[in-house]
Each structure stands twice: as C-alpha cells, then as structure tokens.
Design a protein around this ligand. Sequence first.
Ligand SMILES: Nc1nc2c(ncn2[C@@H]2O[C@H](COP(=O)(O)OP(=O)(O)O)[C@@H](O)[C@H]2O)c(=O)[nH]1
Ligand SMILES: [Mg+2]
Length: 144
Amino acid sequence: MFEDLSLKIENALKKIRGQGRLTENNISDSLREIRRILLDADVNYKVAKEFIEKVTEKAMGKEVISSITPGQLITKIIFDELVALLGSSHTELKLNPSGTTAIMVVGLQGSGKTTFCAKLAKRLREQKRKVLLAAADVYRPAAI
Ligand SMILES: Nc1nc2c(ncn2[C@@H]2O[C@H](COP(=O)(O)OP(=O)(O)O)[C@@H](O)[C@H]2O)c(=O)[nH]1
Ligand SMILES: [Mg+2]
C-alpha cells in the first residue's frame, strides 16, 4: 500500500519541481491530487482535509533556499506531516510475561492484516518468542 501511495504522491509532486517559490497557486493542484490519493487509500476525509490544511499552512510563501528545490521542500513538509499523521512516537509491544498475549489487528479487506501478522510472527520468533499462527478465516474463499 505504501509503495503505491508514495509513487502516486511522487507523481503529484512532479508539477511543483522547477518552481522558484511555493505559492497557493503552484501547490494547490498537487495538494488536491494528494488529498484524492489519501481518500482513495481510505483515509478519513476529515483527516485528509486537516492534512492538506497543515501542509498548505507550512508551505505558504516559503522562500526556497538555493541548495534545495521547491519540490524537495514540499516533499519534506509532506513527509513530516505523514510521519505525524501515522504516529511520530515509537511504542514497544506490551507482551504478557506469563501466558498468552492477544493482539487485535484491524483493517479493511485486503489492507494487509494477514501479511502484517506473518511479519509480526517472524519478528517475535527472532526475539525467541514462541509464535503460533492459526488460520481462522472460514468465510473468504482460499483465505486459509
Ligand atoms: N506492496 C505491499 N503489498 C502488501 C503489503 N501488505 C500486504 N500486501 C499485499 O496486499 C494484499 C492483501 O494482503 P492481506 O495480508 O491478505 O490483507 P488482509 O485481507 O487484510 O489480510 C496481498 O496481495 C499482499 O501481498 C505491503 O506492506 N506492501
Ligand atoms: Mg487476511
């Protein structure tokens, strides 16, 4: 999902490259496009709206120092906002020291829950934890 998202955002930012200064005019097309990309990726519309507002506010009228291009500057602003949106702090998993730990993974169909579970299992096994992955999706054809 993120590879696809980053490619789309990269394309949306192509238009800004080569501009001397970030203005409402030259970033509005790209930001509208990024808003659409976020909505396509099932980001809540209020979150997408706030995201675009924050990026616009940070980018407005910013002089671009000669060592970087406006494209690089707006990419940095968007990157920082994406990090803030996804959670900028790192939290360790709380594993029950005695007994079983239950972890709930939530997401739309096809958003990567099963893949994430497999990656998490691999990581925990590398930390010498005992992991059992049990297929329990009896509804979706071939899910198991
Ligand atoms: N590019 C990319 N594809 C992923 C990622 N995670 C899952 N997928 C793919 O997305 C599809 C759905 O993933 P799956 O784990 O079955 O989603 P689930 O329905 O939420 O369990 C599969 O084809 C995965 O290979 C990821 O991080 N990056
Ligand atoms: Mg699944």
